[in-house]
Write a protein that binds this ligand. Structure first.
Ligand code: GAL
Length: 415
């Protein structure tokens, strides 16, 4: 009898272990910074397709809120150091991904690309940003545009600014900002650190043009030019139009001031479009969008993508997630909700809201330049140095000091 009982006990333990390991192996922890608001709506839309395509797998949400990923990247770094990576994580295409590749933290996905024919469904110039030495390290989910001004049409009209007229350059825009200031409304809503870097990058692009802007990063050249000094001067002037509480706000809070009519403009990537739509606002009626004045003809590019980290505990499930990310259904569901355009080349414009149709046209026809604030242009370390300098500038307003620090940063963060 005792012998029978110990066999039964063993059987129960074994069954429990099988049950437990099969449950664990069905989990896939997906690490992103899409934790709230319209960003979460986008992620939810993608998860819905994942659940349909892989009903036996279990999506585990590993999102870390805020900071356009800066908070998430800190958490990720400590998890990597503790050999506890998520099963897959969100990363920007370009130099940010290159950091993880250099550190040997992400796996080569070339075999998956071959097996699934993905080299034919993504544009070659995007694949280049994911590839090092013929190995390809992530699967892109979307393409966003960073050089966009978002405006509340009512606030503009009340100040006598025609919402249909897009200012041709920064000087013309300053005139509109002055007109709005005179009505007592905040002309330009802005958030903290990274959102200020985002604003600065678009001003650099507007003043330097696409070639000289790109050379700042890929050649690390031109930081000491009079054009960069001029752009810092413009940036300083733009700060005079901003809200007093900027240092406490993330992008969604700053944008909310525009949505609520408490501010006229916000410079933000086109995830902003999803936030307006999520709150029932209509493009070209309640809000409008145009390229940061002076940056017309450039598409300030960033793309999110997903990796397979070295040490992922549920590789098969993580690969299933990557397959959903790459799929036409996954991209359509995610991007219509997120404000982005699909990373895949095919896009049925009729499936997408008006703003995204405009963005797609710009992506197709304009010069593509890499976003600084969103990991395309620089390493994480160089971006962190620039962010610190820009944050300090918010208090010192010392144009020369910012320029000298930016020049030094370009040398320090060499290849
Ligand atoms: C970007 C990211 C976008 C969006 C944004 C704001 O870095 O690529 O998808 O989420 O941050 O958090």
């Amino acid at each position: 009898m005792a012998k029978y009982r110990s066999w039964a006990l063993l059987l129960v333990v074994a069954l429990a272990m099988i049950g437990c390991s099969s449950k664990e192996s069905n989990d896939v922890e997906v690490f992103t910074w899409w934790a709230s608001g319209s960003e979460k709506s986008g992620l939810d839309a993608l998860v819905k397709v994942f659940d349909e395509q892989h009903p036996s797998l279990n999506f585990v949400n590993g999102s870390v809120l805020g900071g356009a990923g800066s908070n998430a990247r800190d958490v990720l770094a400590s998890r990597m150091a503790a050999h506890n990576p998520p099963d897959t994580f969100q990363v920007h295409a370009g130099m940010e991904l290159a950091d993880y590749i250099k550190a040997g933290q992400v796996q080569d996905l070339a075999a998956m690309y071959t097996e699934n024919g993905w080299r034919d469904v993504f544009p070659a110039r995007l694949l280049e940003l994911l590839t090092v030495d013929g190995k390809i390290y992530s699967v892109p989910s979307n393409v966003h545009r960073a050089n966009v001004v978002w405006a509340n049409t009512d606030v503009l009209t009340r100040a006598g600014v025609d919402p249909k007229h897009q200012p041709a350059n920064l000087d013309e825009w300053f005139g509109d900002l002055d007109r709005i200031k005179a009505t007592g409304v905040t002309p330009l809503a802005m958030g903290k650190d990274w959102t200020q870097v985002h604003l600065l990058e678009t001003v650099l692009l507007a003043r330097l043009g696409p070639a000289a802007y790109t050379a700042l990063f890929d050649k690390r050249e031109g930081w000491d030019s009079p054009q960069v000094s001029g752009a810092i001067g413009d940036f300083a002037r733009l700060l005079t139009y901003t809200n007093a509480d900027s240092q406490f706000l993330d992008w969604s809070d700053a944008l909310q001031q525009v949505i609520d009519g408490k501010a006229a403009y916000n410079v933000m990537g086109d995830w902003a479009d999803a936030a307006f739509r999520d709150q029932g606002k209509k493009f070209d009626v309640d809000y409008t969008a145009f390229p940061v004045p002076g940056s017309q003809g450039s598409f300030d590019f960033l793309a999110d993508s997903f990796t397979l980290p070295v040490g992922s505990k549920h590789e098969t499930a993580a690969k299933a997630w990557l397959t959903t990310v790459a799929s036409a259904e996954g991209q359509r569901a995610f991007n219509t909700a997120k404000g982005s355009i699909p990373a895949r080349t095919e896009m049925d414009a009729g499936d997408y809201p008006k703003y995204q149709q405009i963005a797609h046209e710009s992506y197709t026809n304009d010069v593509i330049v890499p976003s600084l604030a969103h990991g395309a242009a620089t390493s994480v370390r160089w971006l962190a140095d620039i962010t610190t300098a820009v944050r300090e500038f918010g208090t010192t307003h010392d144009v020369d000091k910012l320029r000298t620090t930016l020049v030094a940063g370009a040398t320090k963060n060499g290849p």
